[in-house]
Ligand binder design. Structure first.
Ligand code: NDP
Length: 329
């Protein structure tokens, strides 16, 4: 008889309440795959965009969301080596984690220090690898340089603030509320500003020595993208990582010429296939997490049945740190 488990299923695209809790068969690991008993799932803005059908790739229906998770190795598919049943690992797959069990290609397993809780392990891969690539691989940030971090109390934002400080950069943090700015300060941000401060462009430029910011991690998009260009220093690097506003942004290439600006896109999914960049990020991040210099920031946690509410809270900007869903709860 087929064993059943609870899982979130999406049968049509839309707002978070299209997600339904259903009974589905427990997945079997295919060749090269590992099955985990899912303990914690990290929810990313991208998950909500995928459910809405607004992500960079087409969402194929029906499906179970959840790309980033941590759990206990439960079963190994043919040919898998180097991992033991009973071991806790983090995993980065395409989808399927909002369930009691999920399979992932063994290449998507990410070793994490055993000192991390399941929720911390699930909060780690997407935000910290993205922050590393934004600050170093593509951003080429140097110790002593200023970096601007938007949505600084969010999952990527808290990772970016911590990592930037650990790498010796100086951080200007933007966020929408005083409570969120306090979180950024606690993580080491040197200057914090409300993102709706009417004088934000001038204040950011002044904070970075009056010359603008050499490195900007841009995640809001829309009209804020133009502001990022205005905040950038001569020869500044603007790394486009997200579009949380879900608005269109314009770009006049001539403006880049005038101040020798560089605008670079960053998509973690495609960077993960760059073995050298991934290995370098894994090595630096592994050391910083093991030594406790960076600590994945766990935000609100929800039961599997409350997944729609978790997604809606994330979209409504009510959350800080990484939103976590615990299927075993
Ligand atoms: P967060 O935890 O940061 O939550 C999103 C935050 O975006 C909100 O808390 C809010 O912070 C901010 N925001 C600004 N404007 C809006 C708006 N109009 N509506 C909703 N939120 C807004 O989520 P993630 O860490 O998962 O993602 C942050 C951004 O980084 C997203 O744009 C995401 O797509 C992107 N990302 C991209 C990756 C890539 O590979 N390119 C990988 C990881 C993340 P505040 O209230 O302080 O403004």
């Amino acid at each position: 008889m087929t064993e059943l488990m609870k899982a979130i299923r999406v049968e049509r695209l839309g707002p978070p309440d299209v997600m339904q809790l259903q009974d589905v068969p427990v997945p079997q690991p295919g060749p090269g795959e590992v099955r985990l008993r899912v303990e914690a799932v990290g929810i990313n803005f991208a998950d909500a965009l995928a459910v809405a059908g607004e992500y960079l790739t087409r969402t194929r229906l029906p499906y179970t969301p959840g790309m980033e998770f941590a759990g206990i190795v439960d079963a190994l598919g043919e040919g898998v080596q180097g991992v033991q049943p009973g071991q806790r690992v983090a995993a980065l797959g395409g989808s399927g984690a909002l369930a009691h069990y999920a399979t992932v290609n063994a290449a998507g397993l990410i070793p994490v220090p055993q000192t991390l809780s399941a929720a911390q392990a699930a909060a780690f891969p997407v935000s910290y690898f993205t922050a590393y690539h934004g600050l170093k691989t593509l951003g080429r940030g140097q110790a002593g340089e200023w970096v601007l971090v938007q949505a600084a109390a969010g999952a990527l934002g808290t990772a970016s603030v911590q990592l930037a400080k650990a790498l010796g950069l100086q951080v200007i943090a933007l966020a929408s509320t005083e409570e969120k700015l306090e979180i950024a300060r606690r993580l080491g941000a040197d200057v914090t500003l409300l993102q709706d401060d009417p004088e934000r462009v001038q204040k950011v430029r002044e904070a970075a020595g009056g010359k603008g910011v050499p490195l900007i991690l841009e995640v809001v998009g829309g009209k804020r993208f133009q502001e990022s260009l205005d905040m950038a220093a001569h020869r500044g690097r603007v790394i486009v990582i997200g579009n949380a506003s879900r608005e269109q942004a314009g770009l006049r290439p001539v403006e880049l010429m005038k101040r020798n600006l560089t605008v670079t896109g960053l998509w973690l999914t495609s960077l993960m296939s760059d073995r050298d960049a991934t290995a370098e990020a894994a090595q630096v991040l592994g050391q910083l997490v093991a030594s406790g210099q960076v600590v994945p920031q766990v935000g609100p946690t929800y039961a599997l049945a409350d997944s729609a509410r978790a997604f809606q809270d994330l979209l409504d900007r009510k959350t800080t740190g990484k939103v976590i869903i615990e299927p075993g709860r």
